[in-house]
Write a protein that binds this ligand. Structure first.
Ligand code: PGA
Length: 251
């Protein structure tokens, strides 16, 4: 059985005051909720949020990392820096990085390798656009993005991954995939991982992301191959985020 996990992706949102309030409310709401939770926050706030989470069970994550170790790469942040700031996870290959920063599958693989070298768990994002879904290309696109990374990893590294299926058309639109649509893609991902890892494919957490909210979370988590969620917009609302984590804990 894969671990239950809900990861927050704050994206480029927050302020010192707002983070303090949000994290306080999330921690209070999560007491007694049996779900692994990770907050992926903007780099400037890692130290602040790390301090607020210190000693507790909620993990800290970055939203991206550099494919380089150190040096003349202005503006970039290395895996070692994220580890230094107590991150356990890092989002890699989010569709917003692929779209606005032209991140290729090859670059995403390099970043995943750097994350693993730094002792971070990569949350690899994959997902099709609306046009690709309408053209019947969903599995080809998603499994292609998955394969491009997994082909470059040894089996030990592959078992450490988390995969987030995030259909691009569902991100931030309020139009989540139906549980059945998401499950179909998750089953295809699990199948592809099974070809590679055998029974161990079951230990790789498969998260769904794209307009997850307090209302639709339970029906998504009821699906066999949906182990958790990567939550954007709703992770900025403590009550909604805690409700999503509680729904995950209940399945
Ligand atoms: P959303 O974002 O929950 O706001 O759709 C999800 C994501 O991009 O990870």
């Amino acid at each position: 059985m894969a671990r239950k996990l809900v990861a927050a992706n704050w994206k480029m949102n927050g302020s010192l005051a707002r983070n303090h309030d949000l994290v306080g409310k999330v921690l209070a709401g999560l007491s007694g909720v049996a779900c692994e939770v990770v907050l992926c926050v903007p780099h400037p706030y890692l130290a602040q949020v790390g301090g607020l989470l210190e000693g507790g069970a909620v993990g800290l994550g970055g939203q991206d990392l550099s494919a380089h170790d150190a040096g003349a790469y202005t503006g970039e942040v290395s895996g070692a820096m994220l580890s230094d700031l107590a991150c356990s996870h890092v989002v890699v290959g989010h569709s917003e990085r692929r779209k606005y920063h032209a991140e290729s599958d090859a670059l995403v693989l390099e970043k995943v390798q750097k994350a693993l070298q730094a002792g971070l768990v990569p949350i690899l994002c994959v997902g099709e656009s609306r046009e690709e879904r309408e053209a019947g290309e969903t599995d080809r696109v998603v499994l292609g993005q998955l394969e491009a990374v997994f082909a470059g990893l040894d089996d030990v590294a592959a078992r450490k991954m988390i995969v987030a299926y995030e259909p691009v058309w569902a991100i931030g639109t309020g139009l989540a995939a139906t549980p059945e649509m998401a499950q179909a893609v998750h089953a295809a991902i699990r199948g592809a991982l099974g070809t590679r890892l055998g029974a161990d494919a079951a230990v790789v957490p498969l998260l769904y992301g794209g307009s997850v909210n307090a209302e639709n979370a339970a029906s998504l988590f009821a699906m066999e191959d949906i182990d958790g969620a990567l939550v954007g917009g709703a992770s900025l609302d403590a009550e909604a985020f805690v409700a999503i984590c509680a729904a995950n804990a209940a399945h």
